[in-house]
Design a protein around this ligand. Structure first.
Ligand code: MF3
Ligand code: CO
Length: 248
């Protein structure tokens, strides 16, 4: 069941989402060679708490950390550890908070130092896929339009979309209906309505779409070991069109 939100509720999801965006921006500035993924996790947690927010992921189905940090062939749910960031890595940061009873969720992928044009293109295409998907998040469109926008951008560029993990509705809970796949047909699925709030999150693989979960029970990696990028925004469908809530 999709829970539609009032304008007041959307404002509160926005407050949570702006905290997430602020934390991601600060983390991005700290990403440099030799920083450990655990350092970034600690910093994210401190920043959230200093804003009066609660990290959303820690304890969720037993997830042990505040932040998901997925490096290179890691797609999502990378566990913070003593791993050091290295020059040439691509690093996905996925973060969420609970603030004042509502959730916000967002992710970015950043390159550390210089990367090849192909890697740059993977990041740009994934960001563009998110932007294109958000542009369809409006009354009069359907859920499948969001999915098709992501899939179209990724596949036109010669990349693939992950099928085993999807975006989601968000509100008082992190994961609400509907599931928001990164693949699908234009014109299919439920009609988008004013008051829906969606976490749209393209996961785009350089190679094949297949993924597997490592023996730590969390880290999702590409099956072929090639790179993957992930961007996510919390987006409200308003009568005036899509509103990106997790943006500064
Ligand atoms: N952005 C992710 C999601 O939407 C983060 C969840 S990680 C978890 O599912 F650890 F909390 F599961
Ligand atoms: Co999410």
């Amino acid at each position: 069941m999709v829970i539609l939100k009032t304008a007041e509720e959307i404002e509160r999801i926005k407050e949570a989402s702006v905290i997430v965006a602020t934390v991601l921006q600060k983390l991005q500035r700290e990403i440099r060679p030799a920083v450990t993924t655990r350092d970034l996790d600690k910093y994210a947690e401190e920043l959230a708490i200093s804003e009066g927010a609660v990290p959303l992921f820690k304890g969720y189905h037993g997830y042990p950390s505040a932040l998901c940090i997925s490096v290179n062939e890691e797609v999502i749910h990378g566990l913070p550890s003593s791993r050091k960031i290295a020059r040439g890595d691509i690093v996905s940061l996925d973060f969420g908070v609970l603030y004042n009873g509502f959730c916000g969720d967002a992710a970015i992928t950043v390159a550390v130092g210089d990367v090849s044009p192909q890697i740059r293109r993977l990041l740009d295409v994934t960001q563009n896929a998110l932007d294109a998907a958000i542009a369809t998040a409006k009354v009069g469109c359907r859920l499948g339009d969001i999915s098709a926008a992501v899939q179209g951008c990724a596949e036109k560029a010669g990349f693939s979309v992950v099928r085993d993990f999807v975006g989601h509705g968000i509100g008082r809970k992190m994961h609400e209906d509907p599931a928001v796949p990164n693949f699908g047909k234009r014109g299919s699925g439920i009609p988008l309505r004013e008051g829906m709030v969606l976490a749209i999150e393209p996961m785009v693989n350089e190679g094949l779409s297949e993924v597997k979960v490592l023996s730590d029970g969390w880290t999702v990696v590409t099956a072929d070991g090639r790179l993957s990028a992930h961007f996510e925004h919390t987006v409200a469908i308003t009568k005036d069109g899509p509103e990106i809530l997790s943006r500064l």
